[in-house]
Every structure is written in C-alpha cells, then in structure tokens.
Ligand binder design. Structure first.
Ligand SMILES: NC(=O)c1ccc[n+]([C@@H]2O[C@H](COP(=O)([O-])OP(=O)(O)OC[C@H]3O[C@@H](n4cnc5c(N)ncnc54)[C@H](OP(=O)(O)O)[C@@H]3O)[C@@H](O)[C@H]2O)c1
Length: 378
C-alpha cells in the first residue's frame, strides 16, 4: 500500500486551517497541525488524529522543526501584522526541508500595486514561494469569506441590523465561499500535486448576493427580520476596536471594503473552482449561516445577550475616532505613491480572466517536479 505523505497545516486552529486539517485526516493523511496554543481547537485536531505542534509562525526555529519529516504543507499566514515575515520564514524552512508541494492561501485581490500593504505582502509571498527550486505551488486566491459577515453576528441576532460599509444594498457584489469549501480546494491540491501544481484557484460560493440578500438569509436562519445598514468606514473601525481586532487588520479592512463597494469581488464570480476540484457544488450562504449560527453563543436570543449587544453598541458610539492613515504612518507601513485598486489593474484583470483557465500565465508555470525527478532517477 502506498505511504501517504505527511502534511503540515499552518494556522491549523484558524478559519481555513482547521477544516483543511480535519478534511485531510478524514482522507487518512498524516497531519501535523501547527497551532499556537493547546486549547479546545487543538483538542479537536488531536481527537481527529492530527499531531499537534505548538509554535510561532514568525519563528524560523519553530517552522524548521515543524517541517521535519514533512513532505507537503498548507501555508496560511494568520490575519496578523507582518504577513511578509510569515511567508519568508515559511519559504526558507520549506526550501531547507525540500517540501515537494505547498498550497498557499492567497487573496482574490492580490496584486503588486495594491494600496493594502497586507495584500501586497500576500502577493510577494506567493511569488517568493514560486521561486523555490524543489517545491511546486498551488495558490488558493479567495475573496471575501462568508465568515466575515458573522463578525456582526451579535448585532444581527440581537438588534436585527447587519451594519457593514459595503455600499448599495441592492447590488450583488460577492459570492461568499465557506471555510469548508476553501479547505476542500486546499485538500484537493495537497493530495494531488501532479494535477494542481502551478495553478491558481479562486473558489467562491454558488451565487452572487447583494448585502440585502445576505441580511435576508441571516434573518431567515435566525427567524427574525434583519436589515442591512450601509455604515461609514469610521463606524466599522470603531466597532472593530470594540471587538478587540487590534490596529493592523482594521486599516487593511478599509481597503477591502472599498474594493467590495467597487465590485472587485464580483469580477468573474461565481467560479467553478469548488465543483471542478471537489466534484460537488459549493455550499450556499444559508447552509453556511445555519452552521455558524448553531455554533455561536451570541446568536441566542436571550435577554442577557440583547443587553450585551445594546451595551456594545453604546461603546461603539462613544469610542474615539480611529484614523487609519495615522496608524499606517505610525506603524511604518510601506505605502506606494501610486497604488492601484484591482479594477484599474490590467495585470489583475488578465489574471482573473476565466478564459485563461487555471494555469496562471506567470510565474506559476512549474508543473509538479516530483514525478520528473523520479523519472530521471529511473
Ligand atoms: N477573511 C477574508 O475575507 C480573507 C480573504 C482572502 C484571504 N484571506 C487571508 O486569510 C488569511 C487568514 O486565514 P484564516 O482566516 O484561515 O486564518 P485565521 O482564522 O486568521 O487563523 C490564524 C490562526 O493562526 C494563529 N496565529 C496567529 N498568529 C500566530 C503566530 N504568530 N504563530 C502561530 N499561530 C498564529 C491564530 O491563533 P489564535 O486563534 O489563537 O488567534 C489563528 O488560529 C490571511 O492571510 C488573509 O490574507 C482572508
């Protein structure tokens, strides 16, 4: 019987890492799950048969150790500052370990000239990983996750309002993918590098939805009326501060919300990636919403939760204004003189042209090197 390769899953307690690790275990692959703490998520992974590695993804020593005896890996930079650091540490360790194949979580918006430093760093990571001579790469360039709408679950469930700065509520601007479908694409590429090396995928949900439709589906699942409210970025920033998001992510989210309003996530969406790689249809938003709502205590309509939601709403209104430009200057974010939103980028539009298929033109042209190496040995 063929021996299955050992697969390292980074960010294994996160949105996409957890289902990637669990789905790989369901298929019988040995999984090393890199987490940063031994909590209930680590227990879930352990119970599924994964080997737990507690480490810091900024640390080369940890990544080097985590890759010992590993043949393939899922690289997911946490939603945290210094994405380029995560990617470079991973790349150097992967090169040393001579991994045969890596699947990387990229971004739908990834472009060299993007105004978001986080997005440019994701783009750089992709290109650095693609330079590794012994390792093939598949890139999973996902857009605005379905999960993101549930950042506002407390307000949605308790107050009946989905407040987000997504612009006109009637325009269909996103086909939100589930974490499970993003993971299923990762898994397909991890277990069959020969079929997926050198390719970029853009998984989406099954249909484009407007913010009003998303609010209506959340309302159906929660059995209450939910109204989408287009709010200012200033209010979003205050809400993220109250929710404890730190400084870095909110500055980048302003760019992503801007792209959302411009319709960038609707360009050539929905895609067939989930169906093509898994042989089944992507999950629809109602299915995703039912699963998330069932897991989250703030969705329960009880007096204590409603009181908490009202208190948090008052805290948002009284929180000091957040100045993203000042934060970016203070944190020394690399800012371009002439950044380009993706809709205005010729290179990005070409890379999102469905007629180009799944073979990125450049630089993801390497096919799987491993059958070639063994061919040479034979
Ligand atoms: N959300 C979107 O719409 C979207 C769209 C496209 C691409 N992306 C990409 O998605 C990526 C994030 O993926 P995700 O949402 O699956 O991950 P995630 O939920 O942010 O999970 C990251 C995990 O890594 C852990 N972590 C954080 N810092 C760490 C460190 N220094 N060392 C070790 N572990 C660390 C976190 O631990 P704790 O849980 O303990 O905090 C968390 O479990 C980002 O690179 C972003 O560019 C997101």
């Amino acid at each position: 019987m063929a021996i299955k390769p050992r697969i390292l899953v980074t960010s294994a307690a996160g949105n996409t890492g957890l289902p990637t690790a669990l789905q790989l275990r369901e298929k019988g692959y040995p999984v090393r799950a890199l987490v940063r703490s031994d909590d209930h998520r680590a227990k879930r992974l352990k119970d599924a048969g994964a080997e737990i590695f507690i480490g810091d993804q900024y640390s080369f020593a940890d990544l080097r150790h985590a890759m010992e005896g590993v043949q393939r890996a899922y690289h997911c930079a946490p939603a945290a500052p210094n994405v380029l650091h995560f990617g470079s540490v991973f790349a150097v360790a992967a090169q040393e370990a001579k991994l045969e194949h890596v699947v990387m979580l990229g971004q739908w918006l990834a472009d060299a000239q993007h105004p978001s430093v986080g997005t440019r760093e994701v783009w750089l990571n992709e290109h650095v990983l693609n330079l590794l001579p012994d390792t093939t790469l598949t890139v999973n360039n996902v857009g605005w996750f379905a999960e993101n709408y549930f950042w506002a679950l407390e307000s949605v469930a308790q107050l009946g309002i989905l407040p987000m700065p997504l612009g006109d509520g009637t325009i269909r601007k996103n086909a939100p993918p589930s974490n499970e479908d993003i993971a299923a694409v990762n898994v397909a590429a991890l277990i069959d590098p020969a079929a997926h090396a050198g390719k970029t995928y853009r998984p989406t949900g099954p249909e484009l939805l407007s913010p009003n439709e998303i609010a209506a589906i959340m309302g159906k699942v929660l059995t209450r009326k939910v109204k989408y409210q287009n709010v200012s970025e200033a209010l979003m920033l205050k809400a993220l501060t109250v929710a404890g998001f730190g400084e870095m992510m909110p500055t980048q989210l302003c760019y992503y919300a801007d792209e959302y309003r411009r319709g960038a996530f609707a360009v050539n969406a929905p895609t067939n990636a989930v169906r093509d790689l898994t042989g089944r249809d992507p999950e629809d938003f109602e299915t995703i919403a039912r699963r998330i709502v069932a897991m989250r205590p703030e969705a329960q309509r009880i007096a204590a939760n409603k009181l908490k939601a009202i208190r948090n709403f008052a805290r948002i209104l009284t929180t000091s204004k957040v100045e993203p430009a000042a934060i970016e200057r203070r944190r020394n974010h690399v800012l371009l003189k002439s950044p380009t939103f993706v809709g205005d980028s010729q290179a990005w539009r070409e890379s999102h042209d469905p007629s180009a298929g799944y073979n990125s033109l450049q630089p993801h042209s390497k096919a799987s090197s491993h059958p070639l190496v063994s061919d040479l040995v034979a």
